[in-house]
Design a protein around this ligand. Structure first.
Ligand code: C2G
Length: 141
């Protein structure tokens, strides 16, 4: 049994996230996702739209995901790799090199990040569309 582990916020789930999970799962028989808690997101200077419970509910519905565990701090990865006997650690390459300290414990793989989509882009695009609608309505009034 080859176990893969990855971590993230996975807010406003999009196809870039799914591609990461799909590719990560392909490295083994089971995929564990360390999901950032709302409190840890604050540490990462991120504020998720969906709560931890809802992001967990969504991830658990994905065929590539076998288990979701809370990510509460930067220092839990070695403990998690040992606790869950993870053989492979996978992250998008926006994190390339940042988790090489795991190499003595498991295989470390950074996958190319999916271009053209991000949670930030979704929020920005929707905000701009809303602004354009407001301006259009004002011009029509
Ligand atoms: N990702 C991707 N392509 C995108 C967007 C995200 O491959 N277009 C990947 C990221 O590289 C990451 C995973 O999807 O591996 C989750 O992304 P985020 O939810 O943004 O995770 P992040 O905030 O980077 O948290 O301890 C690690 C951190 O918790 C990672």
């Amino acid at each position: 049994m080859t176990t893969v582990i990855t971590y993230g916020t996975f807010d406003l789930l999009h196809w870039g996230h799914i591609r990461l999970l799909e590719r990560a799962a392909a490295f083994g028989d089971q995929l564990i996702v360390g999901l950032s808690t709302d409190e840890f997101n604050a540490v990462k200077h991120k504020e998720a739209y969906h709560s931890y419970e809802h992001r967990k509910y969504i991830l658990e519905a994905i065929r590539y995901v076998d288990k979701v565990i809370p990510e509460t701090d930067w220092d839990q990865k070695i403990r998690d790799v040992q606790k869950y006997h993870a053989d492979v650690f996978v992250m998008g390459d926006d994190w390339a090199g940042k988790f090489d300290f795991l190499k003595p414990y498991c295989k470390v793989i950074y996958l190319p990040r999916t271009k053209g989509i991000s949670t930030t882009k979704i929020k920005t695009d929707l905000s701009e569309e809303e602004q354009e609608a407001i301006v259009k309505n004002e011009n029509e009034d």
